[in-house]
Design a protein around this ligand. Structure first.
Ligand code: AMP
Ligand code: MN
Ligand code: MN
Ligand code: MN
Length: 273
């Protein structure tokens, strides 16, 4: 059985619409798919739930903070209509818009006016995020590419790195559990934490109601997967997997193409089927 429990549609910063993602999942022989857009479940209202070629698991990737560090938490197999999920998504959308205004103000101070309007146009009514600001900076010739936009203006420690407005990790886990979902720590190695800090994060994640961690994420190395598998066993968190697919990219992980979980792991979905 092939699962991909982390990817993005154009309801956030992915390239494909939800129906296009589902067609691609079918092409890539994915059996179980979760579309996990940043802070929105909007993809699920764009899908005809009848006769789907894959088993679709409702999901969302929440932005949050832990000890002042930006952390992403997946809410998987949530009830998208549960009041706690509706509330979570609404609060996060407000936080996202507030953050966008702060990012635009900071960029204006650097000599780039009109960024909020331009990024909003690029988001076209969907979740506005740093990738939309990045695309705008590329479009105006401020930087050569998206990667340079993050490196110079939007990435960690740069003016556009504003993360003070998100709900806390504990709150996000609580909302996810209330909506009958499983909270999963996304891509644990992205945060570049020291080993002891990462272990503290995993511990607190489990203690506050988190269920699992991504042991496989995108194109990480087998060595990294082995390290995360060991941490999943010792921390008491179940293991999950996902490509974090956003768009077709030369060195990116394609939808459904992340490596299998190591056999030593206990998968999150053992109790699902
Ligand atoms: P946001 O949700 O608005 O905080 O934006 C975060 C998203 O930006 C991530 O989910 C990635 O899709 C994208 N991103 C983050 N860092 C980079 C980078 N260095 N280059 C390209 N995209 C990035
Ligand atoms: Mn993204
Ligand atoms: Mn993420
Ligand atoms: Mn993601």
């Amino acid at each position: 059985m092939k699962l991909d429990l982390h990817c993005h549609s154009n309801a956030s910063d992915g390239e494909l619409s939800a129906p296009e993602l589902i067609r691609l999942a079918e092409k890539n022989a994915v059996d179980v798919l979760s579309i996990t857009d940043h802070d929105t479940l909007a993809a699920y209202s764009k899908i005809d739930r009848n006769a789907l070629p894959v088993l679709l698991i409702p999901g969302v990737e929440f932005s949050t903070t832990w000890r002042g560090i930006g952390i992403h938490v997946l809410g998987l197999r949530v009830d998208p209509t549960h009041p706690s999920m509706l509330h979570a998504v609404e609060a996060q959308q407000a936080a996202r818009f507030e953050r966008a205004m702060i990012i635009a103000t900071r960029l204006e101070k650097l000599g780039f006016p009109g960024c909020l309007e331009a990024a909003s146009d690029l988001a076209a009514g969907d979740q506005i995020g740093r990738p939309h600001f990045a695309r705008h900076l590329v479009n105006c010739g401020v930087v050569k590419n998206i990667s340079a936009a993050f490196k110079k203006y939007l990435g960690p420690g740069k003016p556009g790195d504003v993360k003070t407005t998100w709900a806390s990790m504990e709150q996000i886990i609580k909302w996810t559990n209330e909506a009958d979902g499983s909270a999963v720590l996304a891509h644990p190695l992205h945060y570049k934490l020291t080993r002891s800090k990462l272990l503290a994060l995993l511990n607190e994640f489990r203690e506050t109601g988190g269920k699992a961690m991504e042991v496989v994420s995108g194109n990480q190395t087998q060595k990294e997967t082995g390290e995360l598998a060991a941490m999943s066993r010792t921390s008491g968190l179940l293991a999950s997997t996902g490509s974090d697919f956003h768009m077709h990219q030369k060195h990116g992980c394609e939808l459904g193409c992340a490596r299998d979980l190591p056999a030593s792991c206990t998968p999150l979905w053992t109790s699902w089927f």
